[in-house]
Write a protein that binds this ligand. Structure first.
Ligand code: PLP
Length: 469
């Protein structure tokens, strides 16, 4: 009845209708598309209903005014409309940041991918003969030329390369691996599980910390198809440890006529040892130790698109190509175009200038320090002195992305101690028009300039100044 006092009315009545709320969102923000406005409104309404039915207080579930309902729904709709993935600035100093998409491709590689996507191409056509062509011919040749490998192969990613290699070389037979290398790389790539899915039988040898040549020798039998070495990409084992290095494993394999494979994970096609990087990161140096094949990712230290790259004997590569699984794991035309561009840049000796990954990896600490100081000066003009203290500090950052565990680069960061707290400031930076991702350490926000390109400094500067206003 109408005479019912207002305090007794069902609070659910104060929840607007999805339809009307969506209409208001659209009429107030023309940039929001109807689909996003409707879904945004639906989520806001549903959340309020759920809250009430769980017995939460009305004031905690309902917006205070019609305008506030529109604000809530519009915020949700804006979130839904964001492209995913969207661009961010990486201010962590970690060059291969897995959560931020690992290696950035070179501009030229990205353009080659866009061209391959938007136009027809001779992907599988031989223009000279007019006959069917080979989609991997270009990258296969360039990889072989760059690395000195007899043959090369590319597929979707390194996990796919491992799966395909195991299935090709050892399906239904035994593969020997050290217990110290039965690793999980992250993102659910676990060596024992991949082996199971590849249809091979895992034979574990040695112990977590120590494996000796005789452990492999003792395990080799008539069913042995492969000796596998897996790079421990994301951790180090120190103390009372022993492992059989790749060269020794190759000797054992040769004595028993068993092929040897190394899953390197992350490797470069440019020799970085003159810059102080470990030799294990240089793919041709690993190959020179004599395994039948090695595989690694395209978007780790190689600095290209996501891909699984295999270098090895012509026989092994041919067998992998003929495996029906190769079709399911193949690289698409955009990847191949970007990879081809990247390999050409390396062949021409332009890697360090052309590839963002190499540029950032090889940047001199002094130049990073100078840029950090310049950024601090700009920030000091825009951030009220009482709201934050600004310093410039040296730090050491890992390379990231499951590359070079234990190896760190010297870098420099602007360190901001804010009144509002480091976590709150980091959250504001992530909410900026171009989100800026920084590290929080020692109750401060660290903006490491190694991974911020010079042309991105203004974005970082604007986001930081806006965070204090
Ligand atoms: C990163 C990594 C992989 C997986 O590579 P993706 O390209 O991400 O599939 C496999 N093995 C090792 C040792 C790795 O470090």
């Amino acid at each position: 009845m109408d005479s019912k006092p207002h305090v007794n009315t069902d609070p659910r009545r104060d929840i607007p209708s999805v339809h009307r709320l969506a209409e208001r969102v659209c009429s107030e923000e023309s940039a929001i598309a109807p689909w996003a406005a409707i879904e945004g409104a639906r989520r806001v309404v549903e959340r309020a209903r759920d809250g009430l039915s769980q017995g939460l207080a009305a004031k905690d579930c309902l917006a205070a005014s019609p305008e506030k309902w529109v604000e809530r729904a519009a915020a949700e709709a804006r979130q839904l409309s964001q492209p995913r993935p969207q661009r961010v600035v990486n201010a962590t100093g970690v060059v291969l940041h897995t959560n931020l998409g690992r290696a950035r491709m070179a501009q030229g590689a990205a353009e080659a991918a866009a061209e391959a996507a938007a136009q027809y191409s001779d992907l599988e056509l031989d223009l000279e003969s007019g006959e069917r062509g080979d989609r991997l011919q270009g990258v296969g040749q360039r990889l072989a030329l760059l690395s000195g490998a007899p043959a090369a192969f590319a597929c979707n990613n390194c996990a796919a390369a491992v799966l395909l290699a195991l299935n090709t070389l050892a399906s239904g037979r035994e593969v020997i691996v050290s217990r110290g290398e039965l690793v999980e790389i992250g993102g659910s790539f676990r060596v024992p599980e991949i082996m199971q899915r590849a249809g091979v039988r895992l034979v574990e040898v040695g112990s977590t910390n120590r494996t000796h040549p005789r452990d492999y020798e003792d395990a080799i039998g008539p069913e042995t198809a492969l000796l596998l070495k897996v790079h421990r990409s994301n951790f180090e084992v120190t103390g009372f440890v022993a492992e059989v290095d790749l060269g020794a494993l190759v000797e054992i394999g040769a004595r028993h006529g068993v092929p040897v494979m190394e899953d390197l994970g992350s490797a470069s096609l440019l020799d970085l040892t003159p810059h102080g990087f470990p030799e294990e990161a240089y793919a041709p140096a690993r190959l020179a130790l004599g395994p039948d094949l090695i595989c690694f990712s395209g978007d780790k230290l190689m600095g290209g698109p996501q891909a699984g790259l295999v270098l090895g004997s012509a026989e092994v590569v041919q067998a992998m190509r003929s495996n029906p699984l190769a079709r399911a794991l193949r690289a698409d035309k955009m990847t191949l175009a970007a990879l081809d561009w990247t390999l050409c840049a390396l062949l021409e000796g332009r890697g360090p200038e052309a590839l963002p990954l190499l540029r950032q990896l090889l940047a001199a600490p002094e130049s990073i320090e100078a840029r950090a100081k310049a950024l601090r000066a700009r920030l000091a003009d825009g951030i009220p002195a009482e709201a934050a203290s600004l310093g410039v500090h040296r730090e050491r950052v890992p390379v990231g992305g499951g590359s070079l565990p234990g190896f760190e680069l010297e870098s420099w960061a602007v360190v901001i101690r804010a009144d509002c707290g480091a976590e709150a400031l980091a959250a504001r930076l992530r909410a900026a028009p171009v989100p800026v991702v920084a590290r929080v350490r020692e109750e401060a926000v660290w903006i490491d300039l190694r991974t911020v390109e010079p042309e991105e400094t203004s974005i970082v500067c604007a986001a930081l100044i806006a965070a204090f206003h």
